[in-house]
Design a binder for this molecule. Sequence first.
Ligand code: HEM
Length: 524
Amino acid sequence: MLTFNIGTIIIPTTLLLLYRAIHTRNFAIVVFYIFVQWFCHTQLKRPPGPFPIWPLVGNLFLLGKTPHQDLYKLSKTYGDIMELKLGSVRVVIISSPQMAEHVLKTHDHLLAYRPKSIISQSISYGGLTVGFSPQGDYWRQLRMIHASELFNAKSLRASKNVRDEETSSLIHDYFQDCKDEKPMDIYTRSRNASLNVMTRLLFGKRYLGSGPSIKEYEEFNDIIREEITILGVFNISDFVPILKPFDLQGIIPQLNNIRLKLDQIFDKIIQNHSREKDLNHSKDFLDVMFSFVESYGFGKKHGDNVIKAVINEIFGSIDTSIITIEWALAELLKHPKFMKKTQDELDDVIGQGRVIDESDIPQLKYLQAVVKETLRLHPPATLMIPHQNMEACEIGGYHILPETQIFVNLWAIHRHSSAYENPLEFNPDRFLQTNVDLKGKHFELLPFGSGRRMCPAMLLGLIVVQMQLARLLHSFTWKLPKGENPQDMDMGEVFGLTTRKAIPLHAIAIARLPQNLYLAPQFT
Ligand code: HEM
């Protein structure tokens, strides 16, 4: 796996430049360069930021392996809005609820573009996905299709059966494997259940756990994970374009390899779908996508690329919910008193004689508070997806030059002292007496973003997290493997487009309900 420390390039490069300046006695040039930077910056009242900005590398060396945390620390010095130069790219970092409101509400229309990067362009087949296409007619229509076919309340009601069956199957599998008290990998199990939900919704087929296509599907799962990892790589060539031809991190061959494997899988899915279409199968998401590309008059190759890009994005996005389930269980194991409160509520509202239904969720106030608190401390998309402005604008009284990348640092916003008491503590109780929700109207809690680029799958993401978590906690008592102390649990992160727990959670489940509530579902 590729890990890269920016310092390995930045520090030698900067030292080399300084050495050359000293060697050639060109101090005057360096001083003049710094003066020009300072003058331009102060004249236009640009946001404050670290100074000086080094030639070629700018402020890149300030960021390490967890840039959201480094930026949070920098915001303590430079403020809730700051400007950095990462290589040759100008970036503005937003770190407070007030500034987030300026970006995602007041100036939403100006700041809803997406910057292009080498990795995002490759993964999105040249910007054909919802997340990476520029705002405009194509993006709007694609978002609408996603909403009406997969994500809005009506389509979620229609797909409830599929989610119920897959969650029951997950609980059944845990039950089967929990008898000898062996630690189980929470992330992988939840991920498989969610992948099954998605393949059934998109292609009308259940892949994992049945049939001959398991191997093929596991390969798909692996390649998507590889893709998510590479999406989190800080690609130096995007920030220092003169290094692009050297591809110092070896990213291009990796991207080509991922694209090749994905193309093979997607080509097969598209071919199978066309074959089955002739057999009069019932209409699914792919049929709607085929009509969409036809209505746009895209040729076969471009049309297929749109469909591949969209499927890829949906499967890549599932990770957000799974990560949240893993973090929530980890926090509850670390804080047994909140685990007890959540399970007490489940016993009071549901009892121990039946299985939870999605319609129970509104009554489970403590569970909802646990999910909010988990998304506050562990927003899966810590820096959201970068935004960009095409024309100059003003944020909070500061001048923002055109084509600036805007990083909304949710990790910092959710820890802002203006919004939360003891912001670093995990404490779901804080959400019991407030009306703060997750719909993007309360700028102190924005795990799904806000405004026109807000996550279109919020309802789906939330119901998956709430239901899986509720059923895991209702069905089992949880503990850590022998010898592991909850207080010492490592809560370190691996940064990426989604930021997950660095050490995957393995926990032991002990059944707590009558045996008949763990039966395997009859798949429809
Ligand atoms: C807990 C679950 C989830 C969280 C916390 C989450 C969070 C987010 C965030 C923060 C953004 C960026 C908003 C912005 O840049 O302004 C986003 C965008 C997006 N999300 Fe999610 N997401 C979740 C689940 C999902 C799922 C399950 C899917 C699809 C199956 C999905 C699809 C998308 C798409 C397509 C976009 C791009 C929207 C656009 O650019 O117009 N998300 N999400």
